[in-house]
Design a protein around this ligand. Structure first.
Ligand code: AMP
Length: 359
């Protein structure tokens, strides 16, 4: 594609904003389509609302989306006129936990045992098959730990069904893991892929709080297992763009939890720690440009999410090798408002910088 190509983004939150910040460097222009007005991306491109869908489609060369909750029907509608990347099949698969785990299984990727349930009776039967403890989740629309319950005893079954049930749910076996990892990769239409290093993620109240890149004590076997898994998913789905795969690290190897068909919070560190960040590589993939090196340009990096309030972010600017990224969003409990990327030459220095920010 040529300079001045217009990337359309469904959604105008922080992910769209950071895509625009990266893609603008490559001479791309941006347009955003969203249902609910948001200020986050409006300074970075034209903003189209629900009644302006056709004008949005006319204005763009290629379309991507910020959220796995983007309606598949919308993507199908747009796809008839302009390419949408990743495609509707990838979106359809990723927006349902049962569909994605079925795909993982078919590709030989380890997952927790799981069963789909539509009633309390089905849930009770599923508990008999899967055993306890187990994790009950909504099949769709769950994020940041919402719509989930851990079942420890049979007494938890009914209350969990009442709390998140009366809809389709998935019961998963409880995975005992040492840590949570994720891998991000970018793929182009031509099929070439670049991999970011495996990173370690720490969640607080179900929301990602801290990412460390690369994860400590990585072995070649772990890296190869993660890369083979994400590559097979991308090949199967004819995937274009950035894909994230969340993994549990267990004594028996990696177990896949879920995937995200988009730029991902656990890849934000790459803005300051990788040769080419995930946002730029997503744009490169959409524009058919060569993918950039996804390796690290520093020995270690971290990302700390700013959740609910920004804290004393101006003081953070004084910390060496700290980069503050703010999304221009109004503070609200549990809302991601920005993140801080830290880089260092060794893990000890990185940890001391993290401690200056996270008490
Ligand atoms: P999810 O929305 O699937 O990413 O789940 C949110 C968090 O719940 C994960 O980051 C894990 O910490 C935990 N979790 C999810 N599924 C399981 C599972 N099957 N076994 C143990 N912990 C889980």
């Amino acid at each position: 594609m040529s300079v001045g190509s217009v990337i359309g983004v469904i959604g105008a939150g922080q992910l769209g904003r950071m895509l625009a910040l990266a893609g603008t460097r490559l001479g791309a222009r941006f347009a955003f389509y969203e249902d609910v007005p948001s200020s986050t991306s409006q300074t970075l491109g034209a903003l189209y609302h629900q009644d302006q869908l056709d004008a949005f489609i006319d204005a763009v060369d290629v379309v991507t989306f910020e959220s796995e909750n983007t309606p598949v029907a919308l993507v199908d509608y747009i796809s008839a006129r302009k390419p949408v990347m990743p495609n509707a099949k990838a979106l359809f698969t990723a927006q349902h936990r049962g569909r994605e785990k079925t795909l993982f299984r078919r590709l030989g990727i380890e997952t927790a045992p799981f069963m789909i349930v539509n009633s309390l009776a089905e849930l009770q039967d599923a508990v008999k098959t899967i055993g306890l403890p187990a994790v009950l989740k909504t099949t769709t629309e769950g994020y940041d730990g919402k719509g989930q319950a851990v079942l420890r005893t049979v007494d938890d079954i009914e209350s969990a069904w009442v709390r998140i049930g009366n809809r389709e749910l998935i019961l998963e076996g409880f995975v005992t893991f040492a840590r949570e990892l994720s891998i991000i990769a970018a793929r182009r239409v031509a099929g070439d892929v670049v991999f970011y290093p495996l990173v370690e993620n720490t969640h607080v109240d179900g929301i990602l709080r801290l990412t460390i890149a690369p994860a400590v004590n990585l072995t070649d076997a772990l890296t190869q297992q993660a890369q083979a898994a994400i590559q097979s998913i991308m090949t199967e789905l004819d995937y274009v763009g950035i894909l994230a795969l969340e993994l549990f690290d267990t004594p028996n190897g990696l177990v896949a939890n879920e995937m995200a068909p988009r730029v991902h919070n656990s890849g934000h560190w790459s803005q300051d720690g990788a040769w080419t960040d995930q946002f730029e590589n997503h744009c490169r993939a959409l524009l058919g440009l060569p993918l950039g090196d996804a390796g690290m340009e520093v020995p270690v990096a971290a990302m700390i999410n700013l959740i609910g309030d920004l804290g004393d972010w101006q003081s953070v600017l004084k910390i060496p090798h700290a980069a503050v990224h703010l999304y221009d969003k109004a503070p609200r409990a549990g809302r991601k408002l920005g993140h801080i990327n830290l880089t260092a030459n060794d893990r000890e220095t990185l940890q001391s910088r993290i401690k200056q920010i996270v008490q």
